[in-house]
Every structure is written in C-alpha cells, then in structure tokens.
Design a protein around this ligand. Structure first.
Ligand code: AMP
Length: 211
C-alpha cells in the first residue's frame, strides 16, 4: 500500500518514515532529502532550490512536480512512503494524476498532529549528521560526543533551516499552503489523523494500528 505522511515541520515525518522502512520494504520519497541532496551536489535543481530552502519557503510547484515526475519514471516498483510531498493543493492534484496514469492509489494519508510548542522545541533542538543523515536532539537524544555522529563519526550540525528565524517562515508556509491539504484528503476518505506526540515508538504503534 502506498502511504503519505504529512504534517508540520517537526511533526516526525522523517522519523516515522525511517522506522516504517525498518519493518516494511518500501521506497522512501522525501522531497526535502532530494532537494538537500541536489543542493549538496550543486546540480541545476539544487542551484535553483537552494534559495527557497535557505529562506524556509516552499520550492515552487512547477519545480517540485517536475522532481516527482522523475521519481515516478525511475520508481523501484516497491510501494511508496511519501514524506513531505505533496505540500500544496496543486501538488496533491498533480500526484492524483500521476497515480492514476500509473494505475496506483494512495492507501492511507497519515496526518501527524503535534502542538506548535512541541514542534518548536523539536526543530530548534534538532541536529543532523552531514554524512549519513542520522537525526539527534540536543535534549532528548543527543549524540554520545557532541557534534560527532554515533553511527558513522560524521559531523553533527544544525540544519540551516532549523535556525529560529527560518523556522518561523517554515511554519507560516505550512499553515498557509500545506494545512489546506487536510480538507483535500479528508474528502477522499483515506485520511487518518495520528497523535504525533510522545516517543517515536509510541507514534509508530499508532500508525501501525491503522495499516
Ligand atoms: P523537509 O525536509 O521536508 O522539512 O523540507 C525542507 C525544505 O525543502 C522545505 O522547507 C522546502 O523548502 C523544501 N521542500 C520539501 N518538500 C517540498 C515540497 N513538497 N514542496 C515545496 N518545497 C518543498
């Protein structure tokens, strides 16, 4: 079953995707990861996307939908976990078309609900390994040695867009552009609201109980 995880920045989409992937052989599609990878490699896509990522703004729909078209063309055949796409109603409409063209459906849309105060704490304290992408939190799950990844020894840093001034902009983009997707997916009947508070394992159990 293809599934979609959506919710505000910091709601746990990436964390839950990683936990689900340990249990189920699925293809993880994170547009945030794809954009960051493109920025790192300075590809034409990365050069174009960087300004939006750095400012905490959404990359324009035309670019993002183009990227997802490529993902569909090169897909592995495994079911998708969509993480961070779609983030606007036009993106959701484009996804519907792509799914129909490929005779696919979206089985469940999980909306991770987390109060703003908790989101802020998660985002400002988040640190990521530049080499392997492992995610830490300065209070709740720090790396054993500050700044050094437990898993690969890479350097653990704060994402540019997890700085406080950029977070504010990301939350605005979320409430203006992404929150309307709730109504879009509720109307389709595949929408499942999940309490996204508590430990990652607790949230995973809530998701699994609906799979
Ligand atoms: P994320 O890692 O999902 O929080 O995404 C990081 C950044 O990538 C976002 O703040 C946007 O700038 C960009 N981005 C990721 N996914 C999308 C999307 N579906 N539409 C537009 N921009 C996106």
């Amino acid at each position: 079953m293809n599934i979609l995880l959506f919710g505000a920045p910091g709601s746990g989409k990436g964390t839950q995707s990683a936990l689900l992937l340990k249990k189920f052989p699925m293809q993880h599609v994170s547009t945030g990861d794809l954009f960051r990878e493109a920025v790192r490699s300075s590809s034409p896509l990365g050069v174009e996307a960087k300004q939006y990522l750095d400012a905490g703004q959404l990359v324009p729909d035309s670019i993002t939908i183009g990227l997802i078209n490529e993902v569909f063309q090169k897909r592995s055949g495994k079911d998708f976990i969509l993480d961070g796409f779609p983030r606007t109603v036009p993106q959701a409409e484009a996804l519907e078309k792509l799914l129909a063209q490929n005779k696919m459906t979206l089985g469940k849309v999980f909306f991770l609900e987390v109060p703003d105060q908790i989101l802020l704490g998660r985002l400002t304290g988040r640190r990521v390994c530049q080499s392997c992408g492992a995610v830490y939190h300065v209070d709740s799950s720090p790396s054993r040695v500050a700044g050094v990844c437990d898993k690969c020894g890479g350097s653990v840093v704060q994402r540019q867009d997890d700085k406080e001034e950029v977070i504010a902009q990301r939350l605005v983009a979320y409430s203006e552009k992404t929150a309307p997707l709730k109504a879009f997916y509720k109307a389709k009947g595949t929408f499942v609201a999940v309490d996204g508070t508590g430990t990652a394992e607790e949230v995973l159990k809530r998701i699994e109980s609906s799979l």
